[in-house]
Design a protein around this ligand. Structure first.
Ligand code: SAM
Length: 502
């Protein structure tokens, strides 16, 4: 069963900064004929009539429930015409676009990847034969470009995948040959309340229809990225932004007309095109929780970060030979029943040992039965792998789990081939990996499901050997002196950069 929300992709633009920015890009004027092709509950309309009470507005909307809301809301507005129709198929709109456009301004947050039934898909494929019919937003964009008059302006909020994915080559060509791009703002999908698609960013594209091919080709436009927050969209002070200027001619000469914007486009390209992901070469799993750490967890010193409220471990109770105990997942019967556990905290390469978990048979039985405890993914406990804290401070970090327990604030990464562990440890600590994970998920969280999506590139034998060598030096240095030389890390990061290209 398909839900109503999924069917209509009813993600309304409940963000004043986004709505204000998009409406400002339309350069409204009192005689404008305006189209909102995906009405929703009218967020764009509300903002438009605030500026221009008598604007002549047509709203199209497919969902009868939303139509009902719109009709009630705008019942006193003679100038607002609401139609329950399918924007992509509607005959009246087709008629208007066949006559060279009808609207001065169009504003939309169209459905992304909206579900279409089989019959409709066949019609859409015929009507929009050049486009990738499964991605609804490109069909809306095409439709609306056709509906604009010469010099008419459109502002759309859509995923940024049209900028370089192969399947969107035709819509790129259409934009680049029928319109002048006025501005392109790129930002994380998390700026849109309630949405975060992980793999793609969002964009707001502002276009002006043009019949003048020379002007189109010579048109240059700005791409703005690096927004820290959504409010910055309307900020006149653009000091923090990265602004790139392109001419349309230049983009038309790129392979597949791809918009190759900054290193970030290479990052998204790598994410979108990579055949292998971390999840294909390693298990990425969440760790253990006792259910009551105050009782079961101990520290070797109160100087340990966040360690003050825990009891100090009696060193006689630490079991150093636990690796040789066969049925360790059932607990230890002797008094030496405390085992090292790796917890969160952003330390690269290797964390000092400081935390010990009670692993007596009674305690383990409690972990297995207690409702609050999480005895999850036990086959990875005490194995050789890597831990990535679920929450990063600034950059993602990874440290070795040398056959220890790891807690639930950590994602354990256990390569299917153990000899990849050092290479992955190097990669997960690199700026390259940080760019990838922050593009996949711009928040500072690294849950297992996002980590699994990180593209994996196979290093050459030489690259891998060099990295293994540098990691060995770093690990030995941490064990001997508690620190390591940044020169070794730089060498590693350069090799990773060479492998990924950024
Ligand atoms: C992402 S929402 C955006 C709504 C509103 N414009 C906003 O920004 O809050 C997309 C809207 O388009 C409507 N819709 C989906 N497919 C449509 C179609 N083929 N024709 C017209 N409206 C459609 C949905 O019902 C939904 O209200």
């Amino acid at each position: 069963m398909i839900t109503e929300a999924r069917k209509y992709q009813a993600f309304y633009t409940k963000s004043t900064p986004i709505v204000d920015y998009m409406v400002s890009k339309l350069q409204l004027n009192s005689l404008d004929k305006i189209l909102e092709p995906c009405g929703g509950d009218g967020v764009f309309i509300d903002c438009i009539i605030e500026h221009n009470e008598f604007a002549k507005i047509d709203i199209c909307e497919l969902n009868p429930f939303a139509i009902n809301i719109l009709q009630k809301k705008y019942s006193n507005f003679q100038n607002i015409n609401i139609r329950e129709c399918d924007t992509l198929l509607d005959d009246e709109l087709s008629f208007n676009s066949n006559f060279g456009g009808f609207y001065d301004k169009i504003i939309a947050n169209p459905p992304y990847g909206a579900w279409q039934d089989y019959e409709k898909r066949i019609i859409l494929k015929k009507m929009y034969s050049d486009l990738y019919a499964k991605e609804s937003y490109t069909l809306f964009l095409y439709r609306c470009i056709e509906l604009l008059k010469d010099n008419g302006i459109l502002s759309f909020i859509i995923p940024d995948t049209f900028l370089n994915l192969h399947m969107h080559k035709s819509i790129r060509k259409h934009i680049l040959t029928k319109t002048k791009i006025k501005e392109l703002a790129l930002f994380p999908s998390s700026f849109f309340p309630g949405v975060n698609f992980g793999y793609a960013n969002l964009s707001i594209i502002t276009l002006q229809k043009s019949n003048n091919q020379i002007e189109i080709r010579n048109n240059s436009f700005e791409v703005k990225t690096n927004y820290n927050n959504v409010e910055q969209l309307n900020n006149r002070n653009e000091d923090d932004l990265k602004i790139y200027t392109f001419s349309q001619n230049e983009i038309l000469e790129n392979p597949d007309y791809a918009f190759l914007i900054s290193d970030n486009s290479l990052v998204s390209k790598t994410i979108n095109n990579s055949k292998l992901k971390l999840g294909d070469i390693a298990n990425c799993v969440t760790g253990f929780y006792s259910g009551n750490d105050k009782v079961y967890l101990k520290v070797n010193s109160h100087n340990l970060k966040n360690g003050k409220n825990y009891e100090i471990i009696d060193s006689k109770k630490i079991n150093k030979d636990y690796k040789n105990i066969n049925d360790i997942l059932n607990g230890i019967e002797t008094e030496k029943c405390y085992l090292p556990i790796v917890k969160g905290g952003n330390t690269k390469f290797l964390k000092p040992v400081g935390w010990y978990m009670n692993w007596s048979t009674e305690a383990v039985s409690h972990y297995k039965n207690d409702k609050k405890a999480r005895f999850q993914n036990p086959k990875f406990y005490f194995k050789f792998g890597i831990g990535v804290p679920m929450i990063s401070s600034s950059s993602i970090t990874a440290s070795l789990i040398e056959n220890k327990l790891f807690d639930q604030s950590i994602v354990g990464i256990f390569p299917f081939e153990e000899n990849l562990t050092y290479y992955l440890l190097a990669f997960l600590n690199s700026p390259t990996c940080n760019k990838l994970i922050r593009t996949i998920n711009p928040s500072a969280n690294n849950p297992a499901n996002y980590l699994k999506k990180i593209p994996y590139k196979i290093p050459t034998e030489i690259q891998k050997n060099k990295i293994d060598e540098q990691i060995t030096i770093i690990l030995n240095s941490i064990k001997e002196n508690g620190n390591y030389s940044s020169d070794n890390e730089k060498i590693i990061n350069l090799i990773i950069e060479e492998i990924y290209g950024f």
